[in-house]
Design a protein around this ligand. Structure first.
Ligand code: ADP
Ligand code: MG
Length: 570
C-alpha cells in the first residue's frame, strides 16, 4: 500500500464546514449555485441546517436577523458576482444596524480576475465588499480556512457588531490536505465578544449628570436589546425611576405597558427632557440627530451615552457623559453606584408625562375599535394589537410606510427581541428574510405585518416559508399601492400612476399556490380569526387584509424626507 492510500484526506469544503461547526454555528442561509453548491450539500450531510432562499438578499437579511437574535454571526452563502452583489445589500444593512453576520461568497479564479481576462462571473468581490462591512478576508489556501473563519467570527461579534465578508475562490474548495493536519488548523474562538468594562470615572460622571436632572429621560435602542442583558436593563430603569422611550426594535425590552414607558408621550419627553440617557441607541436621523425642533430649545439638554463604540460619542451633539463599554457592564456599574439613596425623579415631570399619555391613549383607543369596511390602518391594527397582547411570545416582523408607522405605535410588545423591522436605514424588503430567520432560530410563531409594497420586495420567499413549513403568518395590508392606491396619471395616458398597483390583487392566492393557507379578509373580525388560526396551527399563512385605498399618507411619518416639487405639476 502506498502512503496516499492509507492517509485520510480533507478538502476546502469540509474545512469550511468543520470550522463553522467547531464554533457552534449550525445554520446556513443562502442560495446554491456555482461554486458553492456542494458546500451546501456537504453542510447538510454534516448535520448543519441549510435554508435555501429564492434570492440572496433575503438569505442575507435572514442571516443578519439570526445574528441579532442569537449574538452569533448569521451565515449567508452565495455564488459569485451577481449572487454576491445580491447578498451585499444585506451585508451593508447588517453593518449599518450593528447586526453580526458573515457573507461567504464563492468567487472566480484569482489569476483571471486580476488580469481582467473575463472569467465566468468575474468580479473583484473583496475590493467591492470592503467599504460596506467591518472586515473582509480572502482565503487562498485550505490550511488558512480555520484562521479565516475565526477572524471573521471575532470581527463580526466583538465591539460594535457588524457584517464581515469572506471570499472563497472556487479553487479553494477542491484543495486537499491531510485530515489530521486540517483538523489541527481549525480554531475555536475563545471569548469572541469580550466584556468591555467602563472606566469608574465615566460612571461617576454619568451619575453626577443624571442626579442634576429635573426632567430625565432614558432612550433604549436595539443595541440594548441585542446585548441580552434584559434584567440589568430593567433594574437600571426601575431603580432610577426615570421614564424611558424604546426605539422601535427595543420595544418589549421592558413591556410596553410598563408604568415608566413614555412611548405614548414621545414628543413631549423629547422636547422637555433636560438630561437624556442613550442606551445602545444612536442620535441618527431616527432621533433628528439630537437637535432641531423636536428636541425643544437649543442647548436645553445634556446627554449621557452608553455604547460599546467610543467613536459614537459626539457624533451629532456633545455628549456630556460618555460611558463606553458593553451594556451589561455599564448599566450594572451605574445601578450599583446609585446606592440605596438615589433621589426620586421629580413628581411634576412624572405627572406631566402621565397626563399626556392618558390623553394620547384615549384618543387612539377610539380609532382602534372602528368596524368600517374597508378597514383602515387603525381598525386592522387594532385587531392585530389584541392578538399580539394575547401571544406575547410571537415575533412581530413589520415593514412598510404607513403600515410600519402605525403598527410601531399601535402594537405593544411585551418581551425583548420580539419586534424586527426596517432598522436604521428604514429599508423595504427585510420582511420575509426576517420572518424565516425568526422562525428558524426560535421555533416560535411569527407574525409579519407588511405593507403591500414592502411585501413585494421579498414576496417570493413565501415559497421558502412553505418549503420549510415555517410557522409564519404574513398579513399584507393591501391598499392598492405605495402610500395610497388613489394616485392618477395626470396626462390621462394608459399607464397608471407610478405609486399604484393592480387593484384588489390577491396576495392570498400566492400563498395558496405554494400549498400554504391563503385568506382574504375585509373586516377586523375576519382578520382576527385568520391570524389566530394561523398562530394556533403553525401553518404558513398569508392574510390579504383589504385596506381603504384612501387611507395612507405620503411616506408615512417621514414625508418631510421626501422632497416635493414646488413647480406646479401638470
Ligand atoms: P436604535 O436604532 O434602536 O436607536 P442603533 O442601531 O442606532 O439603535 O444603535 C445601537 C447602538 O448599540 C450602536 O451604537 C452600537 O454600537 C451599540 N451596541 C451594540 N451592541 C452593544 C453592546 N453589547 N453594548 C453596548 N452597546 C452596544
Ligand atoms: Mg400600500
Amino acid at each position: 500500500m502506498t502512503s496516499s492510500e492509507t492517509q485520510a484526506l480533507t478538502d476546502g469544503f469540509h474545512l469550511v464546514i468543520d470550522a463553522l461547526k467547531l464554533n457552534d454555528i449550525n445554520t446556513i442561509y443562502g442560495v446554491p449555485g456555482i461554486p458553492i453548491t456542494d458546500l451546501g450539500r456537504i453542510a447538510q450531510a454534516e448535520g448543519m441546517r441549510v435554508i435555501s432562499f429564492r434570492h440572496e438578499q433575503h438569505a442575507g437579511n435572514a442571516a443578519s436577523i439570526a445574528g441579532y437574535l442569537t449574538k452569533k454571526p448569521g451565515i449567508c452563502l452565495t455564488v459569485s458576482a451577481p449572487g454576491f452583489l445580491n447578498g451585499l445589500t444585506a451585508l451593508a444593512n447588517a453593518t449599518t444596524n450593528c447586526f453580526p453576520m458573515i457573507l461567504i461568497s464563492g468567487s472566480s479564479e484569482r489569476e483571471i480576475v486580476d488580469l481582467q481576462q473575463g472569467d465566468y462571473e468575474e468580479m473583484d468581490q473583496l475590493a467591492i465588499a470592503k467599504p460596506l462591512c467591518k472586515a473582509a478576508f480572502r482565503v487562498l489556501h485550505a490550511e488558512d480556512i480555520g484562521i479565516a473563519v475565526a477572524r471573521a467570527i471575532r470581527a463580526a461579534v466583538s465591539g460594535r457588531p457588524g457584517g464581515v465578508y469572506l471570499d472563497l475562490p472556487a479553487k479553494l474548495f477542491a484543495q486537499v490536505m491531510d485530515a489530521a493536519e486540517g483538523q489541527k488548523s481549525l480554531v475555536k474562538v475563545v471569548d469572541p465578544a469580550p466584556q468591555q468594562l467602563p472606566s469608574p470615572d465615566s460612571i461617576a460622571r454619568a451619575l453626577d449628570v443624571l442626579k442634576s436632572a429635573k426632567r430625565p429621560l432614558i432612550i433604549l435602542g436595539k443595541g440594548a436589546a441585542y446585548a441580552q442583558q434584559d434584567e440589568i436593563v430593567r433594574s437600571f430603569v426601575e431603580k432610577s425611576g426615570v421614564p424611558y422611550l424604546p426605539m422601535s426594535m427595543a420595544k418589549g425590552l421592558l413591556p410596553d405597558d410598563h408604568p415608566q414607558s413614555a412611548g405614548a408621550a414621545r414628543s413631549l419627553v423629547l422636547k422637555e427632557a433636560d438630561v437624556v440617557v442613550m442606551v445602545g441607541a444612536r442620535l441618527n436621523w431616527l432621533l433628528s440627530h439630537g437637535k432641531g425642533k423636536s428636541w425643544g430649545e437649543p442647548g436645553s439638554k445634556r446627554f449621557i451615552q452608553v455604547d460599546i463604540e467610543p467613536r459614537e460619542m459626539d457624533s451629532n451633539v456633545e455628549i456630556a457623559a460618555p460611558v463606553v463599554g458593553d451594556i451589561g457592564s455599564c448599566l450594572s456599574a451605574m445601578t450599583k453606584a446609585m446606592g440605596d439613596k438615589w433621589p426620586a425623579v421629580p413628581a411634576d415631570w412624572i405627572a406631566n408625562i402621565q397626563t399626556r399619555k392618558d390623553v394620547n391613549l384615549e384618543k387612539m383607543s377610539a380609532k382602534l375599535m372602528s368596524n368600517t369596511v374597508p378597514m383602515d390602518f387603525h381598525s386592522a391594527l387594532g385587531a392585530l394589537r389584541t392578538i399580539v397582547k394575547q401571544r406575547p411570545d410571537a415575533i412581530l416582523v413589520n415593514e412598510g410606510a404607513n403600515t410600519l408607522d402605525f403598527a410601531r405605535s399601535i402594537i405593544d410588545v411585551f418581551k425583548p427581541r420580539k419586534r424586527l423591522d426596517v432598522g436604521t436605514w428604514g429599508i423595504m424588503g427585510i420582511g420575509m428574510g426576517a420572518a424565516v430567520a425568526a422562525a428558524v432560530e426560535t421555533g416560535l410563531p411569527v407574525l409579519a405585518v407588511e405593507g403591500d409594497s414592502a411585501f413585494g420586495f421579498s414576496g417570493m420567499e413565501i415559497e421558502t416559508i412553505c418549503r420549510y413549513n415555517l410557522p409564519v403568518c404574513v398579513v399584507v395590508f393591501n391598499n392598492n399601492g405605495i402610500y395610497r392606491g388613489t394616485d392618477q396619471n395626470p396626462t390621462g395616458g394608459e399607464d397608471v400612476a407610478p405609486t399604484v398597483f393592480v387593484k384588489d390583487a390577491r396576495y392570498d392566492q400566492m400563498m395558496a399556490a405554494f400549498g400554504g393557507v391563503g385568506v382574504y379578509a375585509t373586516t377586523p373580525d375576519e382578520l382576527t380569526r385568520a391570524v389566530n388560526e394561523a398562530m394556533d396551527s403553525g401553518k404558513p399563512t398569508l392574510v390579504n387584509a383589504v385596506i381603504d385605498e384612501n387611507a395612507g399618507t405620503e411616506s408615512g411619518r417621514i414625508g418631510n424626507l421626501n422632497p416635493q416639487s414646488v413647480v406646479s405639476k401638470k
